[in-house]
Design a protein around this ligand. Structure first.
Ligand code: NCD
Length: 337
């Protein structure tokens, strides 16, 4: 049987070709996605439009079938050293919906050669030779994704690096805020929970600090307040922020209330942390404006009482759903860069 040397060209289709010119631009030659610092307003705007478009296309079987040929023949590797539900599954679902093949390890710390003592650099150097088009990774050490880029010509997407950053979470968070308010500026954002060890709040604050006239309120117990590096960024930019332990006062006049869990896995002396400090319940809702939205990157443990879920302001499940389309848009952009 004769083997065709050239791949068969697919017939053109509007769904596949409309975004051909849109790219994720980075300073690097390889389009790694490591930090929210890489994204400017124009890129966010384009990303959000693409996410909207993918959501629309996902509604009908006809366009789903078209999208599923968009990146046929490309492969994603997902390498997770830390547990994940949403980040890994939404990236993998995004890849499948775009027609990509998938290779995945969900507990790389134990199931990969890391347990035998292999360094992250060596593991990535090997994967870099398997011809993947993109690697999504999560690691327990801050700076791990950046280290991976040093040895990888394959684009690396940071799915969370210790208490460092979680850029793709912030992209979907910003998209959720934009969908609800039509803006990312002139907004009062209340961020609560374990702000010291959680990466989502760190990344989101950095991203929203790019927009004018935003105001931040950090709610936590003194032991778990936001890192000095983030406060320095805000001060340098002249952005207004306050730190408090009083939830009810903090949520007054808020637009976005972004809650997070205690990062138990990153705290050595759990007994020293007063738990009551940042639990939100229906009583908290009474102090919150009607127009506000309640967000949470999830998983929620006990820091938001389940009764809050019935409140129309609870947006966290919708927020998680947005992650799929934002990650489809991001993957598509990275693959075209
Ligand atoms: C977050 C994370 O991994 O940082 N989860 C997520 O990706 N949605 C939040 C958390 O684990 O608390």
């Amino acid at each position: 049987m004769a083997i065709k040397t050239k791949p068969t060209r697919h017939t053109t289709s509007p769904a596949r070709d409309v975004f051909l010119k849109q790219k994720i631009a980075t300073k690097d030659k390889v389009p790694h996605v490591i930090t929210v610092n890489q994204f400017n307003k124009k890129q966010l705007d384009e990303l959000f439009q693409r996410a909207d478009q993918f959501r629309e296309w996902d509604r009908s079987f006809e366009s789903r079938r078209e999208i599923a040929t968009m990146h046929l023949g490309r492969q994603l590797c997902s390498l997770f050293y830390e547990p994940s539900t949403r980040t890994r599954l939404s990236f993998e679902t995004a890849a499948v919906k775009l027609g990509m093949g998938l290779v995945s390890t969900e507990n790389a710390g134990e199931f990969s050669s890391a347990i035998k003592g292999e360094t992250l650099e060596d593991s990535i150097s090997v994967l870099d030779n398997y011809g993947y088009d993109v690697i999504v990774m999560r690691h327990n050490e801050k700076g791990a994704a950046k280290r991976a880029t040093k040895v990888s010509k394959t684009p690396i997407i940071n799915g969370g690096d210790g208490a460092g950053e979680h850029p793709t979470q912030s992209l979907l968070d910003a998209y959720t805020i934009y969908k609800n308010f039509g803006r990312l500026n002139n907004t009062k954002i209340v961020l609560g929970g374990d702000l010291k060890n959680g990466r989502t709040v760190r990344s989101l604050t950095k991203l929203l600090a790019k927009f004018s006239n935003n105001e931040f309120v950090f709610v936590s117990v003194p032991e778990l307040q936001i890192g000095q590096d983030i406060k320095t960024i805000l001060k340098r930019k002249g952005i207004k922020f306050v730190e408090t332990s009083d939830i009810n006062k903090a949520v007054k006049d808020s637009d976005v209330v972004y809650w997070t869990r205690l990062q138990k896995e990153r705290i050595k002396n759990l007994a020293s942390i007063p738990k009551k400090g940042f639990v939100m319940d229906v009583n908290t809702l009474k102090h919150m404006p009607k127009k506000a939205i309640i967000m949470h990157p999830l998983p929620r443990v006990d820091e938001i009482h389940p009764d809050v879920d019935k409140d129309p302001r609870a947006t966290y499940f919708e927020q998680a759903g947005n992650g799929l389309y934002v990650r489809m848009a991001l993957l598509d952009g990275v693959l075209r860069a």
